[in-house]
Design a protein around this ligand. Structure first.
Ligand code: NAD
Length: 502
């Protein structure tokens, strides 16, 4: 087979699928089913990679490996400095391998090559940030408990963490979790989405090269309903960090009840772009177009609802349309394209179903609406609907595609009501030149992440996560690290303890 580096350098499609085994206890592992499943590139319609469909026995082997590595302290007992050294080396190796990681990510996910390159580079930055945190995991002391008692609050790694990731940002989302898990001193079993596992497997090998002890990170590939479910249920896993859809998140929460493991959930969103009459409409239009078309709208934080003051609705929609008409959709390996493919047939059909429902429900199609699945290559033009009823499927449900619904408002109260009138609370953008209005708005809007006069931006310093049915807990930042720790209160008697019975 042609060398992967060469393929990545020339951006040619592989002649046969690039095969990646699983990774358990520091070694490649094919598993007891030996069943490899090919993944077709959604942008090209040909098989490009192949990964193992694991069994529950394989998952059990991975958990046993992570459990041993956690219990014997081979990672948790290292100093913060030693852990940071490994994480920094991992970041360097990610940078050194950016082209192969980028190539694999684009082949499997269908995202444009330049975008993949940006995500892998940004992910390396998260590993660097988390390396610093490995040296500042600490608790508190309490010298206020009276002369006879001294208190310590010790922060310890939670133990074995199961990480389940989705297909929309395979490497980036993993990098928003795994380096924090490792900085905290935990070990991990990772279950990437079955459509996009190759970059996670490549990362596991890079981590060994970076000096991570065997067994600290294990990767099991295959179906969520089989190995993902078994990971969430597993009695030897101390925490599950799940990123994916709200319905599956609900089943993960139930599965975690067996041993009462801690749960972190990052789920769906139906995120509003709230535009007040005084906003800079050109700025807002560009960001709204980006917010719905970026990653073909397959972002948990896509700005999929435009909630706009009636007085500027017409103008703003025209400007958004003008930007979207310049967006190039097509072959993800062609660097000139802004938007690549929809990840698979099922997702493509789901998005098309919403577009048809919008037409049926009487919403007005402003632009887009066309889709092509010729040759098993899945593309959808960015689509905007006006006059969308707030209670319709288009305005309520997470479409996870490039479909924007527009609903006007007349008063501030109505804007907030519309923004909050969905079961989700992941993210929101607010557009206004009025500082007071911006503050009043972000106080009221129910979301874990707010952007004022910007959208889908940030850094690993900022915590991410949602409220309502968008999730539980936070990832990234020091808050994200703390999620992977447990607190232990230690009470130390100073001098002799006063006797109960004299
Ligand atoms: P999904 O829920 O179908 O799958 C996510 C992961 O869960 C995959 O690895 C899958 O194999 C696994 N899985 C499936 N069934 C499982 C089960 N019963 N038990 C355990 N794991 C199981 O989601 P998806 O289609 O891959 O991703 C899209 C969804 O993810 C969207 O809803 C999106 O909003 C959400 N998402 C959220 C965030 C966030 O940070 N909030 C980020 C990205 C994606």
């Amino acid at each position: 087979m042609t060398n992967l580096n060469e393929l990545a350098a020339t951006l040619r499609l592989p002649v046969e699928p690039i095969r990646s085994p699983m990774f358990i206890d520091g070694k490649e592992y094919t598993g007891n089913s030996g069943e490899f499943v090919a993944r077709k590139s959604p942008g090209h319609g040909v098989p490009v990679t192949s990964t193992v469909r694991a069994t529950v026995e394989d998952l059990n082997a991975a958990v046993a490996s992570a459990r041993r590595a956690s219990d014997d302290g081979r990672w948790s007992r290292l100093s913060g400095e030693q852990r940071a050294t490994v994480l920094l080396k991992a970041a360097q190796l990610i940078r050194d391998n950016v082209e192969t990681l980028t190539y694999l990510e684009t082949l499997e996910s269908g995202k444009p090559i330049g975008q993949s390159r940006g995500e892998i580079g940004a992910a390396a930055g998260i590993w660097e940030y988390a390396a610093g945190l490995a040296r500042v995991v600490h608790g508190d002391t309490h010298d206020t408990l009276g002369g006879d008692l001294f208190g310590l609050v010790v922060r310890q790694p939670i133990g074995v963490v199961g990480i389940v990731t989705p297909w929309n940002f395979p490497f980036f989302i993993l990098s928003e979790r795994l380096p924090f898990v490792l900085a905290a001193g935990c070990t991990a079993v990772v279950k990437p989405a079955e459509l996009t596992s190759s970059t996670t497997l490549k990362l596991a090998a890079l981590l060994i090269e970076a000096g991570l002890p065997d067994g600290v990170v294990n990767v099991v590939t295959g179906l969520g309903s089989v190995v993902g479910q078994a990971l969430a249920e597993h009695m030897d896993v101390d925490m599950i960090s799940f990123t994916g859809s709200t319905p599956v998140g609900r089943s993960v929460l139930a599965a975690a009840g067996g041993n009462m493991k801690k749960v972190g959930l990052e789920l769906g969103g139906k995120n509003p772009q709230i535009v007040f009459a005084d906003a800079d409409l050109d700025d807002a239009a560009d960001a709204i177009a980006f917010g719905i078309a970026f990653n073909a709208g397959q972002c948990c934080v896509s700005g999929s609802r435009l909630v706009v003051h009636r007085s500027v609705e017409q103008q703003l929609v025209e400007r958004v349309k003008a930007v979207l008409e310049k967006v190039r959709v097509g072959d993800p390996l062609d660097a000139a394209n802004h938007v690549g493919a929809i990840v698979e047939a099922r997702q493509f059909d789901k998005i098309r179903g919403f577009i048809n429902a919008g037409r049926r429900d009487g919403a007005q199609l402003v632009c887009g609406g066309t889709a092509s699945n010729e040759g098993e290559r899945f593309f959808i033009e960015p689509t905007v609907f006006r006059n969308v009823q707030p209670q319709s499927a288009l305005a309520q449900e997470e479409i996870f595609g490039p479909v924007l619904s527009v609903t006007p408002f007349d008063t501030f109260e109505e804007a907030i009501q519309l923004a909050n009138g969905v079961p989700y609370g992941l993210a929101a953008s607010i557009w206004t030149r009025d500082l007071q209005g911006a503050i009043k708005s972000f106080r009221e809007v129910q979301a874990g992440r707010i952007w004022v006069n910007c959208t889908i931006t940030g850094g690993p310093e900022m915590p991410i996560g949602g409220v309502k049915q968008s999730g539980i807990g936070r990832e990234t930042g020091r808050y994200g690290l703390e999620e992977y720790t447990e607190l232990k209160s230690v009470h130390i008697q100073v001098g002799s303890r006063p006797r109960w019975i004299a």
